[in-house]
Write a protein that binds this ligand. Structure first.
Ligand code: URP
Ligand code: ZN
Ligand code: ZN
Length: 461
């Protein structure tokens, strides 16, 4: 069935206009004034609302075996949360452990998504080994439509790669034209600092920050950039949290490294004191890596998004229940499963704290959360723009909505919300994924299984 969206204000990263949008099947087929509805079309009146391209979250964990447990969501819960919050495409981190077979792992992650997702999806392929067999399988995965890798410089003994492996990943990625996304923290320094703090009896959640200070992250960024420079590989720093690491990334750019920077909604709006206040149950909710930082970093990160030297906004959604899972680290902060859920609330919080409080304009709002992400990861112009020929992934945004974030109402399968009780100004009113209405005013109305794997060509030669 066709869909006609009338009277809205279309906002793209590079412009805006008041016009109607005709959607036929999966695709936007016309944009213009006074468009007539074809017979049988559903008509949505978007007067007083914005129409944005569907938002893309480039850093999500759904299936994640990690720190002795599993992240709580499945596609059945996470993809509902995504679309209700305006995210129409997500990029999940496929994170095999070192010993896991590469191709089988990719298939495992893919099987969990296919047939179960309400939104479109793709993967960054985690690389934790680079032996001959692994390399051959990585080539196969890239040929099948996955054009980005993920490496962890942190998590020694788990996902972390050695320098030799990092060198090999960079070489392979350059040859294949894929971008390498990276968790940048010096694994050895983290391990040493954790051991030191625990030996001193510093076991509470607040010590997590001190085991991974900004310079440990900045060293990771510098390390990544140095290895990238050896082959001219394009790289992307995930969850960049502070001035020190962003500055290290900018210095690398000045030296000629092709590097893109992601930050998270958590780092823009939460800070290290959240992991200090209250008892264990409260503080452990806010343990993630890199840790939440001193508040003064927030305006620096907003400035980076506004000015464009920080490219993308993600969530690093990684949900672990407080009642059981976070308790694993009650006597030792190094055992608290790392992660803060935010897939559902990224865009409403970004809007409320960003656009409503004058930190970014409407176009950067779209650019950071959709268009630039689509460009970096080979999804553009199929995704990331409201244009004729693009997928009809649309978010009709109601700027007049007023409400509060409540864990009890959320679709994410986790027993807390880091933004509990926050006031929200504006939210998605209607969300479409390739022409199908999947959410209306906070309610999921789509079909699990409608979401598809989006194949991506290498675009970083
Ligand atoms: O604390 C985090 N970020 N948890 C998820 C795993 C990762 O490092 O991205
Ligand atoms: Zn990470
Ligand atoms: Zn992550």
């Amino acid at each position: 069935m066709a869909l006609l969206i009338k009277n809205g204000e279309i906002v793209n990263a590079d412009g805006r206009l008041k016009a109607d949008i005709l959607v036929e099947k999966d695709t936007i087929t016309r944009i213009g004034q006074g468009l007539e509805a074809p017979p049988g079309a559903e008509v949505i009146n978007a007067r007083g609302k914005y129409v944005f391209p569907g938002f893309i979250d480039p850093h999500v964990h759904i299936y994640l075996p990690f720190m002795g447990t599993y992240a709580k969501d499945t596609y059945k819960t996470a993809s509902k949360a995504a679309v209700v919050g305006g995210t129409t495409t997500l990029i999940e981190m496929c994170c095999p452990a070192k010993a896991d077979p590469v191709l089988k792992s990719y298939q495992l992650w893919l099987d969990k998504a296919e047939g179960n997702s309400a939104c479109d999806f793709t993967f960054h392929m985690g690389v934790s080994r680079t032996d001959k067999k692994a390399e051959a399988e990585l080539r196969e995965i890239v040929a099948s439509g996955i054009s980005s890798f993920k490496v962890f410089l942190a998590y020694k003994g788990a996902f972390g790669v050695s320098d030799e492996e990092l060198y090999n990943v960079m070489k392979l990625a350059k040859e294949l034209g894929v971008i390498v996304t990276a968790h940048c923290e010096n694994a050895e320094l983290v391990a040493q600092m954790q051991a030191k703090l625990i030996a001193e009896g510093k076991t509470a959640p607040k010590w997590h920050y001190h085991s991974r200070p900004p310079m440990v992250e900045a060293e990771g960024v510098h390390h990544l950039a140095t290895f990238a420079a050896m082959h001219g590989t394009h790289v992307y720093t995930v969850h960049t949290s502070c001035k020190e690491s962003v500055t290290a990334a900018l210095r690398a750019r000045e030296r000629g490294v092709n590097l893109w920077i992601e930050t998270l909604i958590q780092y823009l709006t939460l800070d290290m004191t959240d992991a200090e206040k209250g008892g264990f149950d409260r503080a452990s909710k806010f343990v993630m890596s890199p840790p939440l930082r001193y508040k003064c970093n927030q305006e620096f990160l907003w400035h980076g998004l506004r000015q464009g030297f920080i490219n993308t906004l993600a969530t690093d959604h990684a949900p672990f229940d407080v009642k059981k899972q976070k308790q694993m680290g009650r006597d030792d902060f190094t055992k608290i499963p790392n992660g803060i859920p935010s897939l559902e609330d990224r865009m409403t919080v970004f809007w409320t704290k960003g656009v409503c409080e004058g930190r970014i304009d409407l176009h950067r709002f779209v650019a950071c959360a959709s268009t630039e992400t689509a460009k970096v990861f080979g999804l553009f112009p199929r995704k990331g723009t409201v244009s004729v020929g693009a997928d009809a992934d649309l978010v009709i945004w109601d700027p007049k909505y007023r409400g509060k974030i409540r864990q009890k109402k959320q679709h994410m399968n986790v027993d807390y919300n880091p933004f509990e009780g926050w006031d929200i100004k504006g939210r998605p009113s209607v969300v479409t994924v390739r022409g199908q209405v999947v959410a209306r005013d906070g309610v999921f109305v789509g079909k699990l299984g409608h979401g598809q794997l989006v194949k991506r060509e290498p675009n970083h030669f």
